[in-house]
Ligand binder design. Structure first.
Ligand code: IPM
Ligand code: MG
Length: 360
């Protein structure tokens, strides 16, 4: 019976459509379990740039800081691609939100729902009937935020981006991964490039030290090129993956594609306290925006992660996840996951079906 303040940043492209459905789901959970969710809607991304000349207005950032958590749709689109980094939605809004809000731990679960197991591009004997990988990606350090610029090099003008990690930054993300593993299958795979990079050598050293405090957890280290291969060859090997910002960016896309349905996958970006920003893994998909065909499930499942990680509302989160499973089991599909034996529905209808399943 709590009151929770949520900054809602719908963003660009399909963001507004999918977030609207997720808000309906939250309202429904509020009614069912007697919680109040107060939504503070603000502009972010290209739409904010069009309105205010910046993709992350102070008003938006302050609304996030004054909330208990943030629900984000997606940002960006071709219209704003020509802008300099500081004004582009991806860098000027998304990366700035991550760093300004201290969201260093990015959790990206890649789960295959039973009803969707044929959607995976990987052969079913490799997948089995279930797959559940959690990618824990460092989100506020490394090459994304390292020194960068242009300089005169041996062959004339050159550009550079520095990959740097402190012991502190590595340790706190690795602890998150081990804590997550303790609640799962107790297996951590740390991904680095320690055969080449100094930052990866330090990464590996810290991972090994942290692992000593978790004797029940099996640890393996993998070079990122090998990990990319093993994810396809034997995805069932993985339970929790922990890795740097850029490797996590790449590996999490790969893991999501193994599930066959990027429109299904939620994510959480967490700060040191319970504060977090929750968003679907997919982007703003401008090509399908406004057509009522986007899959709102990734955003709806992101609200379940919010209830779990920021508000500690485990049962409420489970209710959302169960409702999604029920609707999928009943054969309803948005176009991205539709096949002949199923029933095609739009964004709004999918949201409504999930709300109905929660009320049942
Ligand atoms: C992601 C995205 C972002 C990233 C882009 C949009 C800056 O790819 O969240 O994975 O690289 O982190
Ligand atoms: Mg990415």
């Amino acid at each position: 019976m709590g009151t929770y303040k949520i900054a809602v940043l719908k963003g660009d492209g399909i963001g507004p459509e999918v977030v609207t459905e997720a808000m309906e789901v939250l309202k429904c959970i509020g009614n069912k379990y007697h919680h109040t969710f107060l939504f503070d809607e603000k502009l972010v991304g290209g739409c904010a740039y069009d309105a205010y000349g910046t993709p992350l207005p102070d008003e938006t950032l302050n609304a996030c800081k004054n909330s208990d958590s943030v629900l984000l749709g997606a940002v960006g689109g071709a219209k704003w691609d020509h802008l300099p980094s500081s004004l582009r939605p991806e860098t000027g809004a998304l990366l700035k939100l991550r760093s300004s809000l201290g969201l260093y731990a990015n959790l990206r679960p890649a789960i295959i729902h039973k009803a969707l197991k044929d959607a995976s591009p990987i052969r079913s004997e490799i997948i089995g009937d279930h797959l559940d990988i959690l990618v824990v990606r460092e989100l506020t350090g490394g090459i994304y935020f390292g020194e960068k610029g242009y300089r005169e090099g041996r062959y004339g003008k050159e550009a550079y981006d520095v990959e740097a990690y402190s012991e502190y930054e590595i340790k706190r993300i690795v602890i998150q991964a081990f804590e997550a593993a303790m609640k799962r299958n107790k297996h951590v795979s740390s991904i680095d490039k320690a055969n080449v990079l100094e930052s990866s050598k330090l990464w590996r050293k810290i991972v090994t030290e942290v692992a000593e405090n978790y004797p029940e957890v099996t640890l393996d280290h993998m070079y990122v090129d090998n990990a990319a291969m093993q994810l396809i060859r034997d995805p069932k090997h993985f339970d929790v993956i922990v890795t740097s910002n850029i490797f996590g960016d790449i590996i999490s896309d790969e893991a999501s594609q193994i599930t066959g349905s990027i429109g299904m996958l939620p994510s959480a970006s967490l700060a040191q306290d319970a504060f977090g920003m929750y968003e679907p893994i997919h982007g703003s998909a401008p090509d399908i925006a406004g057509k009522n065909i986007a899959n709102p499930i990734a955003t709806i499942l992101s609200t379940a992660m919010m209830l779990k990680f920021s508000f500690g509302l485990m049962q409420e989160a489970q209710t959302i996840e169960d409702a999604v499973t029920k609707v999928l089991d009943a054969g309803y599909r948005t176009p991205d996951i539709y096949h002949e034996e199923t029933t095609k529905v739009g964004t709004k209808e999918m949201g409504k079906l999930i709300v109905e399943a929660i009320l049942k």
